[in-house]
Design a protein around this ligand. Structure first.
Ligand code: ADP
Ligand code: MG
Ligand code: ZN
Length: 481
C-alpha cells in the first residue's frame, strides 16, 4: 500500500507545570533554576510518615485550565498513588489523579485549520492534577538526583486521538500553550521542562474505522522534536506494515541527534502501577460557587481575542492567529493601537513585520527586543499625521530598538520629519520643472507616465522628506497649469 493510502492517528498527553509559588503538597518554592536540592523538605523528598497538604492555588489553576478548554469540572475528584520505582521518586509512588480526574471532556479548536464541519476540533479526554518527580542528572563520575522539581504541581492534558498529522499536533500544542499562558496557569517554557509532551502514534488505512496499535514517544520538549518524532514514527510504522510486520505496543524515546525513535520498554499497563486512592488526602471537593467565582475572573482567551480581531479590525484569520498566539504580542498590538491609531490594520502589519522581526532575530522576548508598545504606537501616529513617511518610521524603529529612546526624540535626532509645508514643496517642484522643460512638454502632450518621474525628482530634491501626498497634489496642479 502506498504511503498516501495510510492515515496517521495521534493523541497527545501534555504535562505542564502550574505557576504556583509553592509545591503541590508542601510549602517549598516551586521556582525553576535554584541550586540543586535547595527547594526541598521531608514532604517533597517523600520521607516516611509525612503528610501531604493540597495547594489550593494549584487546584484553582487546574480549574482555570479546565474551563479554558471547555471541560466539565468534577465536584469530587480523587488523588491516587501510582506506584513505580525510580531514583528520583523516593516515595516509590507518584500522587496523581486517576479514576476520577478534576476535569473531563472539553476540546481545543485548531486556529487556521478547518474541515467540512468547521474549525478542526481536537477533543480532550481529561485534565488531571499530579506531582512532578525529581530529576536524575548523569555525569561522568556518577549519577545525582535533584529534588527541586519533586512535587511541583502539574496538570496532564490528555487528548482524544483526533490529530492526523505532525502539523496538526504542532498547531494543537501552540494553541494549548497560548491558552495556558493567557490564563496564567503555565509559562509554557518547553526548554525548561515546564511543558512536555508524550506523543501516541498509530497508522491505519484511510477510511478504516478501527485504530491501529500505537506506540508512545515520551517526553518531547520542543515543537520541532514533536513534529520530527511524529514524521519519523508514522513513516516507520507504514514501512513496517508494508513489509508485513506488526507494530508492537511500545514506549519509545526520541533521539534528537540521530533523529529517530528507539524502543525504551514494552508498554506498561494501568495495572502495572497498582493505583489506589491516596489515604492521606481526602477527596478533592470543588463547589459550584468556587467554579463560578473562578469563571468570573477568566480573561479573554486566545480564540476569543482572535475572533474579536477578525470581527472588529477586519484582520484575516492568519493575521489574528499570529497576533494572539503569544499573549505578550497581542498586548503589544493593543497597547500600540491605544496610542490613538486610526488604522489598526497598519498597526497589525507593523507588529507582524517590524516588531516580530526583531523578536525573532534577537531570540529575546518582545518586552526586551522591541521598544515599548506605546512608543511604537507614537511612531505610527506620526505616520498617520503625515509627519513621517512609513520608510522613515522603519528607520526610526530600528534605531529605537538599539537605543531604547522614544519615538519623538529619535525622529528629531535623526532628522526624519517629513516636510508638508506647501511653500517648500512648491519651490522644489518649480525647480524640477524648470530644469526639465522637454519632459514637461512631453507630459503635457499626453505622456502621463512621466508623472512618476517628476515625483521622483521632487522627492530627490527634498532629500526624501517631502510628504508624498502634498508633492503629488502640487505637481499635478503645476503640470496642469
Ligand atoms: P494508555 O492507557 O496506553 O496510556 P490511553 O487510552 O490512556 O492509553 O490514551 C493515551 C493517549 O493515547 C491519549 O492521548 C489517546 O488519545 C492516545 N491514543 C489512544 N489510542 C490511540 C491510537 N490507537 N493511536 C494513537 N493514539 C492513541
Ligand atoms: Mg499514557
Ligand atoms: Zn517540600
Amino acid at each position: 500500500m502506498a504511503a498516501e493510502e495510510y492515515e496517521a492517528v495521534i493523541g497527545l498527553e501534555v504535562h505542564t507545570h502550574l505557576l504556583t509559588n509553592s509545591k503541590l503538597f508542601c510549602g517549598c518554592s516551586s521556582a525553576f533554576g535554584a541550586g540543586p536540592n535547595e527547594n526541598v523538605c521531608p514532604v517533597c523528598m517523600g520521607m516516611p510518615g509525612v503528610l501531604p497538604v493540597l495547594n489550593r492555588h494549584a487546584v484553582e489553576l487546574a480549574i482555570r485550565a479546565g474551563l479554558a478548554a471547555h471541560c466539565e469540572i468534577a465536584h469530587e475528584s480523587i488523588f491516587a498513588r501510582k506506584s513505580y520505582f525510580y531514583p528520583d521518586l523516593p516515595k516509590g509512588y507518584q500522587i496523581s489523579q486517576y479514576e476520577l480526574p478534576l476535569c473531563k471532556g472539553g476540546y481545543i479548536d485548531l486556529p487556521g485549520i478547518s474541515d467540512a464541519d468547521g474549525p478542526r476540533r481536537v477533543r480532550l479526554v481529561r485534565i488531571h492534577m499530579e506531582e512532578d518527580a525529581g530529576k536524575n542528572i548523569h555525569e561522568a563520575d556518577g549519577s545525582l538526583v535533584d529534588f527541586n522539581r519533586s512535587s511541583v504541581p502539574l496538570v496532564e492534558i490528555v487528548s482524544e486521538p483526533d490529530i492526523r498529522s505532525a502539523a496538526e499536533a504542532s498547531a494543537y500544542l501552540r494553541e494549548l500553550r497560548g491558552i495556558l499562558r493567557s490564563i496564567d496557569a503555565s509559562d509554557g517554557k518547553m526548554e525548561e521542562g515546564g511543558l512536555r509532551c508524550d506523543v501516541n502514534v498509530s497508522v491505519r488505512p484511510k477510511g478504516a474505522t478501527e485504530y491501529g496499535t500505537k506506540t508512545e514517544i515520551k517526553n518531547l520538549n520542543s515543537f520541532r522534536f514533536v513534529e520530527k518524532a511524529i514524521e519519523y514514527e508514522v513513516a516507520r510504522q507504514i514501512d513496517t506494515l508494508d513489509a508485513g510486520g506488526r507494530i508492537l505496543q511500545e514506549t519509545h524515546l526520541w533521539d534528537p541527534v540521530r533523529e529517530e525513535t528507539r524502543p525504551m520498554r514494552s508498554k506498561e499497563f494501568a495495572n502495572d502501577y497498582r493505583y489506589f486512592p491516596e489515604p492521606d488526602l481526602p477527596p478533592l471537593r470543588v463547589t459550584g460557587e468556587w467554579i463560578e467565582e473562578i469563571k468570573s475572573t477568566m480573561p479573554e482567551l486566545p480564540a476569543e481575542k482572535r475572533a474579536r480581531f477578525i470581527r472588529e479590525i477586519g484582520l484575516t484569520e492568519y493575521e489574528a492567529t499570529v497576533l494572539t498566539e503569544d499573549r505578550e504580542v497581542g498586548n503589544y498590538f493593543e497597547t500600540m493601537v491605544a496610542a490613538g491609531l486610526r488604522n489598526q490594520k497598519t498597526a497589525a502589519n507593523w507588529v507582524m513585520t517590524e516588531v516580530l522581526r526583531v523578536v525573532n532575530e534577537s531570540g529575546r522576548p518582545i518586552g526586551e527586543a522591541a521598544p515599548a508598545a506605546a512608543e511604537s504606537g507614537a511612531l505610527l501616529k506620526l505616520v498617520e499625521q503625515a509627519t513621517l513617511s512609513l520608510n522613515a518610521a522603519k528607520t526610526a524603529f530600528a534605531a529605537m530598538c538599539k537605543s531604547g529612546k522614544g519615538a519623538a526624540a529619535t525622529v528629531s535626532e535623526l532628522g526624519l520629519v517629513q516636510v508638508s509645508d506647501e511653500g517648500a514643496i512648491a519651490g522644489a517642484c518649480d525647480r524640477v520643472l524648470a530644469a526639465e522643460p522637454d519632459k514637461v512638454a512631453e507630459y503635457r502632450a499626453g505622456r502621463d507616465k512621466l508623472f512618476g518621474f517628476f515625483v521622483g525628482q521632487v522627492m530627490k530634491a527634498m532629500g526624501g522628506k517631502g510628504n508624498p501626498k502634498v508633492v503629488n497634489e502640487i505637481l499635478k496642479a503645476k503640470l496642469a497649469g
